[in-house]
Ligand binder design. Structure first.
Ligand SMILES: [Zn+2]
Ligand SMILES: [Zn+2]
Length: 289
C-alpha cells in the first residue's frame, strides 16, 4: 500500500515531490491549481519534465491530482457548467503531463434540483472532460452523504459511471471518512469486508484506483464531511487498521487529507501512524485467521 499525504505545490510542481519526501510519503496528492479559484495555473513542458524527474529519483511512487472544489458538473447554470468542464479538462491534461495516476473529482452537487437531471448533467460534463483529454484516469470520489453532493453511495457512483458512458478511464476514489459519514460501517475487519464486497458488486473493484484515509469527526451516518487526524475520530484505531489492511486494497495509493497536529496538513507523524495502523490491522487479521 502506497501511504502518503496531500501536499502543497507552492513554488512549483516539483516542490510537491520534495514535500512528499519530507512527509515520508510513498504517494502524493496535489491540487493542480488553487482549489478555491477558477484561474488555472499554466504549466510548461519544462515544469512537467522537472516534476517527473524529481518523482523518478524519489521514494514517491504515485502522484494524484485532486480537482478544484469549485467544479460543479451537475450545475443547472450554464456558466458554472462551462467553467467546470474547462477546469476538469485542464486538470486531466495536467495529470497527463505529470504522469499522474488519476484526477480525483467530486462529481457535483444538485443544490436542490431534482436528482435525475442533475446526474445526467454531471455525467454529460464528465464524458466531455474525458473526450477532450487523454491518458489520465478520472476518479469519482464518494461523498459524505450530505443532501446535494452526488456520489453518496456506491450505487450512485456506478450510475454516474454508466451515464457517462462507462469509459475505461473512469474509476473511483474511496474516502473512508466519507464512507463512514454516509452510513457504511467500517469499524471491524468483517465490516470492511462486507463494504468492499458491496463495492465490488455495484461498481467493480477494477475501477477502484485510490483511497483517501481520514478519520471522521462525526459519527456513523452523520452525513457531514469533517476530517479528523488518525486515530482521533469516530472510526478510530481498530477501524482504520481494518480499512488499511483490507487485502483487496493492497498496492493502492492511500492518501491522508487530515488537518495534521498543527493544522498544516498531514505531516510525517501522521503518515508513520497510518503505517502503524496498517501493521496492527494486518496483525489482527493474522490472529483472527
Ligand atoms: Zn477525500
Ligand atoms: Zn472530505
Amino acid at each position: 500500500m502506497l501511504i502518503g499525504a496531500h501536499v502543497s505545490t507552492a513554488g512549483g510542481l516539483a516542490n510537491a515531490v520534495e514535500r512528499g519526501i519530507e512527509t515520508e510519503s510513498d504517494a502524493i496528492q496535489i491540487f493542480n491549481q488553487s482549489p478555491r479559484a477558477w484561474r488555472p495555473t499554466r504549466y510548461t513542458g519544462d515544469d512537467f519534465a522537472a516534476f517527473r524527474e524529481a518523482l523518478d529519483s524519489s521514494r514517491v511512487e504515485a502522484a494524484m491530482i485532486h480537482a478544484v472544489y469549485l467544479i460543479n458538473c451537475a450545475s443547472k447554470q450554464q456558466e458554472i457548467r462551462s467553467k467546470s468542464i474547462a477546469s476538469l479538462i485542464h486538470a486531466l491534461r495536467v495529470g497527463d503531463g505529470m504522469g499522474a495516476e488519476g484526477v480525483v473529482l467530486h462529481a457535483g452537487s444538485r443544490k436542490g434540483e431534482p436528482q435525475g437531471p442533475s446526474m445526467k448533467r454531471a455525467a454529460q460534463a464528465i464524458s466531455e472532460g474525458l473526450a477532450e483529454s487523454e491518458g489520465c484516469p478520472l476518479l469519482l470520489e464518494n461523498t459524505a452523504g450530505t443532501q446535494g453532493p452526488l456520489g453518496r453511495d456506491f450505487a450512485e457512483l456506478a450510475e454516474l459511471i454508466e451515464l457517462a458512458g462507462g469509459d475505461e478511464r473512469l474509476g473511483v476514489c474511496v474516502d473512508c471518512c466519507h464512507l463512514f459519514a454516509s452510513g457504511y460501517d467500517i469499524r471491524s475487519i468483517e465490516a470492511v469486508a462486507a463494504v468492499v464486497d458491496q463495492l465490488d458488486s455495484e461498481i467493480g473493484l477494477e475501477r477502484l484506483h485510490c483511497l483517501h484515509v481520514n478519520d471522521s469527526k462525526v459519527g456513523l451516518g452523520a452525513n457531514r464531511d469533517l476530517h479528523a487526524n488518525l486515530p482521533d475520530g469516530e472510526i478510530g484505531r481498530e477501524g482504520l487498521g481494518a480499512f488499511l489492511s483490507e487485502p483487496r486494497f493492497e498496492g493502492l495509493p492511500a492518501l491522508l487529507e487530515v488537518p495534521g497536529p498543527e493544522g498544516k496538513g498531514p505531516g510525517a507523524a501522521q503518515i508513520r501512524l497510518a503505517r502503524e495502523l496498517l501493521e496492527s490491522g494486518r496483525a489482527e487479521r493474522a490472529r483472527a485467521s
